[in-house]
Design a protein around this ligand. Structure first.
Ligand code: 5GP
Ligand code: MN
Length: 316
């Protein structure tokens, strides 16, 4: 598959690089890594995300180049959809805008929507897949590209703490440092640069913390009222679900985020063998073994009931 990608890169002139909406660090950093490298190769490149750049990743090189609207009728020789699991998470309309569409992803059961399917669910981050692709093209990785690849891996491995922090993650990270990436600059930009309102939201959300009687489930909620009270938005909820998971004995953590009055985004995190990706797929969403999500309609109580009853089958 990687050979097919090398050949469309060689032949294409105009490129679109997109990733999933409500983008996390890996989605945006891998988008920038590939976009910058393609520009260095002399290609015409548009970097697109329907929700645009996040404040957290805005320190990345060329972050301002990511646009959140594509001109009507604009089309491309090649479109890359990164880290998306399903095309509709990035935008179904992208299919018609690109002569060749390439799915580059590390989500299990990623949808086969493109002309080229480069999916490795064992890979730590989409940013690592971009590095493999660039190596296959023979294009030398520049410092801006290295910074993005490092940031993508840092984001998706939870700063090298999760089970996906494997040999390749550390090897690529080490190679990026050798190219001049400053690890402290990247980690402090991503994790020690939050606006105060984000901690106010965390404080409000932690007040809703519930741990089940058995001690294995922990959950928190974020409501629209909390966003109003603290001057925050959904972009400030990244990482919240890790707080209930950090409790000793908790095996599954849940975050219920109110999107609209009768619509909730549910984030799942698990420890060890519990496959919340499968749980999320059963509930119409998707994701990885230990990190997944879905969106459900209804009032909070009935959604919690649905999720908790489905979860019973997954607990040891
Ligand atoms: P988060 O809870 O941080 O939004 O997402 C955790 C993981 O699950 C990410 O890898 C994300 O891409 C995936 N994920 C979250 N929500 C959905 C969804 O609705 N559908 C799919 N396919 N994957 C999701
Ligand atoms: Mn990812």
């Amino acid at each position: 598959m990687i050979d097919a990608i090398v050949s469309v890169i060689a032949q294409g002139r105009s490129f679109l690089v997109a990733s999933h909406g409500n983008p996390d660090g890996d989605a945006l950093a891998s988008t920038l890594a590939l976009s910058i490298a393609l520009r260095e190769m002399g290609k015409e490149v548009v970097a697109y995300n329907r929700d645009g750049m996040s404040a957290e990743m805005a320190f990345l090189p060329e972050a301002a180049s990511v646009i959140d609207r594509l001109d009507e009728g604009r089309s491309f020789d090649v479109g890359f959809v990164l880290d998306s699991g399903e095309l509709n998470r990035a935008g179904t309309f992208l299919r018609n805008r690109c002569t060749t569409l390439v799915n580059v992803d590390h989500h299990p059961k990623s949808e086969d929507f493109g002309d080229i399917y480069y999916v490795d669910e064992k890979c730590c981050a989409s940013g690592a897949l971009i590095y493999r692709i660039l190596q296959a093209t023979g294009h030398a990785v520049s410092l801006p590209v290295a910074t993005c690849i490092y940031a993508a891996i840092l984001a998706d491995t939870g700063s090298f703490r999760y089970a996906n922090a494997d040999q390749e993650a550390f090897r690529i990270a080490s190679e990026m440092l050798a190219l001049g990436v400053c690890s402290w600059e990247v980690s402090s930009s991503m994790y020690e640069n939050h606006p105060e309102c984000q901690l106010r939201l965390l404080a409000a959300a932690l007040k809703t913390l519930k741990v089940s009687d058995c001690g294995r489930l922990g959950s928190i909620c974020v409501t629209q009222q909390m966003f109003l009270d603290t001057g925050t938005g959904s972009e400030h909820t990244d990482g919240l679900v890790n707080y209930p998971r950090s409790i000793g004995g908790v095996l599954v953590a849940l975050l219920f985020r109110e999107v609209t009055e009768r619509c909730f985004k549910v984030s799942f995190r698990s420890k060890g063998a519990i496959n919340v990706g499968e749980l999320a797929r059963q509930l119409g969403g998707g994701g990885h073994h230990n990190a997944a999500g879905t969106t459900l309609e209804g009032d909070l109580e009935s959604i919690q009931e649905t999720v908790l009853s489905r979860l019973q089958d997954f607990l040891p």
